[in-house]
Design a binder for this molecule. Structure first.
Ligand SMILES: CSC[C@@H](O)[C@@H](O)C(=O)COP(=O)(O)O
Length: 363
């Protein structure tokens, strides 16, 4: 079930109220529904339960979570508590801490009576900037894709997880160049990997379908074969955190795609806005990797024959399960980072060449 018209954004403040609407991603791809967040706790729950997900959207939701908290209590203690509560929701995406640091740095200097309004304004600025940065990523990515399209006469892109419109405020990161190519009239087709165990690839397939972009869902393990057969022109993924040396943390399974792409001679691109760059993180080994509950592997969710949501157990509850949610792709496997400022090599020189003002933050 889907709306005939999607909202342009994936979260938005509700006019005339102190509330924020989000798309409940746990109901997709089967049902499109929105949820209204009124409190800090609801915002934290939305991030923790993956009602919102994807690094840039997590950051923007956290910013609005601070605004919701200060609406009730704008004291220093309430601000610190909001930042601590939201900061503890998910560990890997640096966008969360980037947004919280930005909110806190601004708000703690203001008199308490000015904080609530300033928090809404700053959260809206974070959301607007994310939308604009992703739009630019799309344009820069398109320039990298054009020559590939000329070679084959069409574009075959592979992606992993969901780094699209749904994972950001607008446009997406990895999918922004795909949408830009589609809008520019380039014939583009996307290989979408399922992304077990949370199946974010199903969200990618859903949003590509909504936006009319041809695509094919594949099992994660089919990616190597397609790359080896020459059926892919470029792999583009998003990121949850990029270290200062260019190492990239993204959804588990990304690393295997990068290895297969290298072996097949296919460029492997990482598209991410400034908020995903962790200039103070020296390398991938320092990035915290989220370990999620084993039931994500033990149970499979979907619709039953009558169309009702439910889950099926595929292995006993006692079965030992390891469920790391992210992995780290070494910088050497990344053809380029695509940012809102342009593309650069995945290296300290490349990153600080694009963001010279961040040099002081490097460790
Ligand atoms: C534009 S989003 C890039 C990443 O955040 C995305 O690929 C990803 O890994 C999302 O993980 P998730 O666990 O669904 O929040």
């Amino acid at each position: 079930m889907s709306p005939t018209t999607l909202p342009s954004r994936t979260l938005w403040p509700v006019p005339g109220t102190c509330a924020v609407d989000i798309i409940d991603q746990t109901a997709l791809p089967h049902h499109f529904r929105t949820l209204r967040l009124f409190t800090l706790e609801e915002a934290a729950h939305a991030i923790r339960a993956m009602q919102v997900r994807g690094a840039p959207l997590i950051g923007a939701t956290a910013a609005y979570g601070v605004a919701l908290a200060l609406q009730r209590d704008a004291s220093d203690a309430a601000l610190s508590q909001a930042v601590a509560t939201l900061g503890a929701t998910r560990p890997t995406a640096i966008n969360l801490h980037w947004a919280l640091n930005r909110m806190q740095a601004l708000l703690r200097l203001l008199p308490q009576e000015d904080r609530a309004e300033a928090a809404w304004t700053e959260a809206a600025a974070i959301a607007d900037e994310d939308a604009e940065q992703n739009r630019r990523i799309g344009q820069h990515g398109l320039e990298l894709l054009r020559p590939l399209a000329e070679k084959r006469g069409r574009l075959e892109i592979m992606t992993h997880c969901n780094a699209g419109w749904l994972a950001t405020v607008e446009h997406g990161t990895a999918l922004a160049p795909v949408y830009a190519a589609h809008a520019a009239g380039l014939p583009v087709h996307v290989w979408v990997s399922e992304t077990r165990p949370r199946n974010q690839g199903l969200l990618t397939a859903w949003e590509l379908a909504q936006k009319g972009v041809p695509h094919t869902l594949i099992a994660d393990n089919a990616a190597g074969l397609l790359l080896a057969r020459g059926e892919v022109d470029a792999v583009i993924v998003g990121a949850d955190r990029i270290a200062a040396n260019g190492d990239v943390a993204n959804k588990v399974g990304t690393y295997l795609k990068a290895l297969a792409a290298r072996e097949a001679g296919v460029p492997f691109y990482v598209a991410a806005p400034r908020s995903t760059l962790d200039f103070a993180c020296p390398g991938g080994a320092a990035i915290p990797i989220e370990e999620r509950e084993g039931d994500e592997l033990r149970l499979v969710h979907g619709l039953d024959g009558a169309g009702s949501p439910g889950s099926i157990r595929q292995i006993a509850a006692a079965e030992a399960v390891a469920n790391p949610a992210f992995d780290v792709t070494p910088a050497g496997l990344v053809a380029a980072l695509i940012t809102e400022r342009g593309a650069c090599p995945a290296s300290a020189d490349g990153i600080f060449g694009l963001y010279p003002e961040e040099q002081d933050h490097a460790r």
